[in-house]
Design a protein. Structure first.
Length: 269
């Protein structure tokens, strides 16, 4: 895929959490195609991602860490910065989910999800922001939110809470750090095709339950993380190029929903 020069990430190092599979893997590959160095964070092997990044002509640096471990999260950004040099971008993509009826939801399932999906997002951003501000540099943060940042969902209490929180933290940090050279934005993907298990009828029923209404006709394909111009590509390319046509840096806090037409909105068209 040809990358316009104004979207180039050449010479920039970007940390991507949850880079071992799915959206995180797609973002890593898109950053590589744009010329950036990917520092992939995951708790499991990232060999497949490394191969895809290398095949795309990029450099992949694996960093194994469990973001449920508070101590590991606290030291991660400083460790990567000291080992590999200044970082220019952070994609907070890592996330987990627990499913149970609200009346049966346990504290453990609540805490586990909030720790990974929200606490790590904030404290990784905090550590990244501290280094950028201390060195009077510039940086970009992209948080991976969800359509459940705007909707309620079914049987996913802690996940919904974490994604609402991710949206709020994005807005807060965007306001605090816009004048300090740090752009903070979020994108809100829908369920990917490879996550939509079961029959067509079951998928449609799930869509009705999660949206609270009958689904509109989709305007595109259900989230394929490889498709040209899709969420990962836009996330990767926009890490550096949040600009207006005039060339000025765009004010942060854009929240892009990637839902294939069910709730049509895209700030990048």
């Amino acid at each position: 895929m040809s990358v316009p020069s104004r979207f180039s990430l050449a010479g920039r190092r970007v940390v991507v959490t949850g880079a071992n599979t799915g959206i995180g893997q797609g973002i890593a590959v898109s950053i590589a195609r744009a010329g950036g160095t990917v520092i992939g964070v995951g708790r499991s092997a990232m060999d497949e991602t490394e191969k895809k990044v290398t095949d795309a002509g990029g450099t992949f640096i694996p960093a194994h860490a469990d973001l449920a471990d508070r101590e590991a999260t606290r030291s991660l950004i400083d460790g990567l910065w000291n080992a590999h040099g200044p970082l220019q971008g952070l994609v907070n993509n890592a996330g987990i989910i627990r499913r149970a009826d609200a009346v049966d939801f346990t504290e453990a399932d609540w805490d586990d999800v909030l720790d990974v999906n929200l606490r790590s997002l904030f404290f990784l951003s905090q550590a990244f922001g501290r280094r950028i501000i201390a060195e009077e540099s510039r940086g970009k943060i992209v948080n991976i939110a969800s359509l459940l940042s705007f909707q309620g969902g079914i049987r996913v209490a802690s996940y919904t809470a974490s994604k609402h929180g991710a949206l709020g933290i994005t807005r807060l940090l965007a306001c605090e750090w816009a004048a300090k050279g740090i752009n903070v934005n979020a994108v809100a993907p829908r369920l990917r095709r490879d996550q939509q298990h079961g029959s067509t009828a079951r998928r449609r029923k799930t869509q009705r339950l999660h949206s609270g209404t009958y689904p509109r006709r989709a305007l595109g394909h259900a989230g394929r993380h490889r498709r040209c111009g899709g969420l990962p590509a836009r996330t990767g390319l926009r890490l550096h190029a949040w600009r207006r046509r005039s060339g000025r840096r765009r004010l942060a806090r854009q929240i892009g929903e990637e839902d294939d037409g069910y709730e049509t909105f895209c700030p990048w068209r």
